[in-house]
Design a protein around this ligand. Structure first.
Ligand code: SF4
Length: 234
């Protein structure tokens, strides 16, 4: 962890913040329990879909951890079906809720140790809840953060827990939450699995060796033309 790397990380973050000024949670929630449930549900699903389900079905009906713990599993599974992987998600939500009721008096614990002791809650989910519902500085490593941080040379690790340690070292503690969201949004919008490097605001400080290039006008002209109206295949 050199001073040069920290300086580059800081410069990179300032640019990403400018490019993604709307950084912050994209899941809707009003309290730690709602954020915990929404984050569990958000695995392998789009946040918009999760917000739709939580806003219309889940949050109006289930208000306390005891509500989830005591719910019929079959009913909750049916309600969570639109979020995908609904059986596993139901198990995780009810497991976490039971832990909260039985060991934390019905209140979501506000520390890492307590959160990760709940069934179905890993460090990523715990970090999101800590940072955004409790205001505790934390770095959450999802697939976007892992990919972008690796390409930007901020870590050489592949294990999320080790990536988290590296990112906590390169960014100032005061920037941990912002860095998480900026890396998430950059990964969703520009540094996709096939990165859009020509549009990237940090391309000049990114050491990734397989950057994509802008298509020349000559190559663009050889691309297949979009089908015109009336010729599209159905
Ligand atoms: S230059 Fe390309 S690989 Fe590097 S961060 Fe930007 S989009 Fe990702």
């Amino acid at each position: 962890m050199t001073p040069e790397l920290r300086a580059r990380a800081r410069k990179t973050l300032a640019r990403l913040e400018k490019a993604h000024p709307d950084w912050g949670p994209t899941l809707e929630f009003a309290d730690p329990l709602q954020l915990l449930v929404a984050t569990i549900l958000a695995a392998q699903a789009r946040d918009e879909r999760i917000n739709e389900v939580t806003r219309t079905v889940i949050f109006p009906k289930y208000r306390t951890a005891a509500d989830y713990a005591g719910a019929s599993t079959a009913v909750l599974e049916r309600e969570l079906k639109p979020t995908g992987f609904f059986r596993q998600k139901t198990k995780s939500v009810q497991g976490a809720a039971r832990g909260i009721v039985e060991r934390f008096g019905g209140k979501v614990p506000g520390d890492m140790e307590g959160l990760i002791s709940l069934p179905g809650v890993g460090r990523k989910t715990a970090s999101i809840v800590l940072a955004n519902a409790f205001g505790v500085p934390a770095v959450a490593v999802d697939r976007h953060v892992a990919r972008v941080a690796g390409r930007l040379g901020l870590t050489r690790q592949v294990d999320p827990d080790e990536i988290e340690v590296d990112l906590r070292g390169v960014f100032r503690q005061a920037d941990w939450v912002k860095a998480t969201w900026c890396l998430v949004l950059h990964g969703r919008r520009i540094c996709n699995p096939t990165p859009r490097c020509p549009e990237c605001p940090v391309a000049d400080v990114c050491p990734y060796p397989k950057k994509t290039k802008a298509l020349s006008s000559a190559s663009r002209s050889t691309l297949p033309r979009k089908p015109t109206a009336g010729t599209a295949r159905r």
